[in-house]
Design a protein around this ligand. Structure first.
Ligand code: FAD
Length: 384
């Protein structure tokens, strides 16, 4: 069997490894000429970690992952702890650790495991054709590639999605802007083994431990779309949005290097009814682009990859039949993650200010049990 994969992000690369492990020939076509990770870091929750374990990267992900032993929410103005608790009960319940990792390091891990020679760079998919026996992908440079199936792992702006659905889908602006980056961990910011989040005014500032004594930091601010801001004005912009916030937040803004800060307007896409057409399947953000509010988009892409590879290995009624089974086993799961993230997004970012104030008050009563239940439900909905 030969699979053509469009896109070498975390979804496409994981699918490539999983398919190769089952003996499938894989060719990946990627539009950019040089692969650079978008964003500084990412939290891989235990459902995603299990997918990496499944494709043979157990030791490597453990090495790259930060030690996130505890979780805390703090008041934006005073810095006082609203709630703080160990994540050990979560790990014991679901059987694996969460690992926040630097994106560049995760990307290198996946591409090395895949074999970089499998990836053709500078190949932008523009069209595809499924004749019932083979799928052919056509690229902007006039070249083409054919295989028994094609996996569209071409991200939130997917071209393959348009083919599968027969129409284009509008992305929905989620109402906030996220700035993120990496910074050396220090106690003046937060404990080095804790995911710490400062909340207030519908905004948040978060610090997550990443290996190598670093924090992955991010700032969220509810804002309109299309403001004329650049990453290099991040310091001034953030000073304005976070005026009056507590000392660790001011220290974080003082310390950050604007050149290393990403600024992202957050979007998602309504859950899709269809993830496959004939011999073509959508995987990752191409099929379910969500807001990052539950940190599950990349994890879900890796789940897609291992579910698809397993179905292809274990079913023999033909590729179209197997892809339909893939759609049936993933549609509800990925749709529910998109909606769960959207709901969390609205509460965190003050869409209904009264609901957000209720949430702040509930944090002050939280012992960790309720939050861990929510995290575990999401994680346990995964395939492993
Ligand atoms: P992508 O990573 O977007 O990769 C798609 C690839 O396809 C790209 O390399 C692109 O160049 C290529 N491509 C696009 N069009 C074409 C074409 N026409 N032809 C050929 N190639 C093409 N997820 C988590 O699990 N945990 C988190 O903590 C988390 N935090 C996040 C924070 C932020 C701020 C954001 C924005 C997202 C976050 N996510 C998180 C979501 C996660 O980043 C995505 O879900 C994940 O990167 C999706 O991977 P993918 O491979 O599907 O798509």
């Amino acid at each position: 069997m030969k699979a053509i994969i469009i896109g070498a992000g975390m979804g496409g690369a994981t699918a490539g490894i999983a398919l190769q492990n089952m003996g499938c020939r894989v060719e990946i076509y990627e539009s950019v000429r040089e692969i650079k990770p978008v964003g500084a870091a990412i939290s891989i929750w235990p459902n995603g970690v299990k997918c990496l374990n499944f494709i043979g990267l157990q030791q490597q992900i453990k090495t790259l992952g930060g030690n996130m032993a505890a979780m805390a929410y703090r008041d934006y103005r005073t810095g006082e702890t609203l709630t703080q608790f160990s994540l050990r009960p979560l790990v014991e319940r679901v059987g694996e650790y969460p690992y926040p990792v630097a994106r560049a390091e995760l990307q290198s891990l996946l591409l090395d495991a895949l074999g970089r020679e499998r990836i053709s760079l500078g190949k932008r998919l523009v069209e595809l054709e499924d004749d019932g026996r083979q799928v052919t992908a056509w690229f902007e440079d006039g070249s083409s590639a054919s295989g028994d199936l094609l996996i569209g792992a071409d991200g939130a702006h997917s071209v393959v999605r348009g083919y599968v659905l027969g129409h284009t889908v509008e992305r929905r602006f989620a109402g906030y802007v996220n700035w993120n980056g990496l910074i050396a961990a220090e106690n003046g910011l937060a404990p080095a083994d804790q995911w710490t989040t400062f909340v207030g005014q519908g905004k948040r500032v978060s610090l997550m431990p990443v290996a190598g004594g670093r924090f992955y930091f991010f700032f969220d601010v509810p804002l309109p779309q299309g403001l004329r801001q650049r990453s290099d004005t991040a310091k001034e912009d953030l000073r304005g949005y976070f005026a009056g916030w507590c000392a660790p937040v001011q220290r974080l803004i003082d310390r950050l290097e604007p050149a290393g800060v990403n600024r992202v307007e957050i979007h998602d896409i309504d859950p899709l009814e269809q993830l496959v057409r004939g011999r073509v399947a959508l995987l990752g953000d191409a099929g379910h682009s969500s807001t990052p509010d539950i940190g599950q988009g990349g994890c879900a892409a890796m789940e897609d990859a291992i579910v698809l590879a397993n179905l292809l290995r274990t079913h023999s009624l033909g590729i179209e039949d197997t892809l339909r089974r893939y759609q049936e086993s993933r549609r509800q799961r990925v749709g529910s993650l998109v909606l769960k993230a959207r709901k969390r997004c609205d509460v965190t970012h003050g869409k209904d200010p009264a609901a957000t104030e209720d949430w702040y008050r509930s944090l002050a009563r939280e012992t960790g049990e309720h939050i861990i239940d929510g995290l575990a439900d999401t994680i346990e909905g995964g395939p492993l």
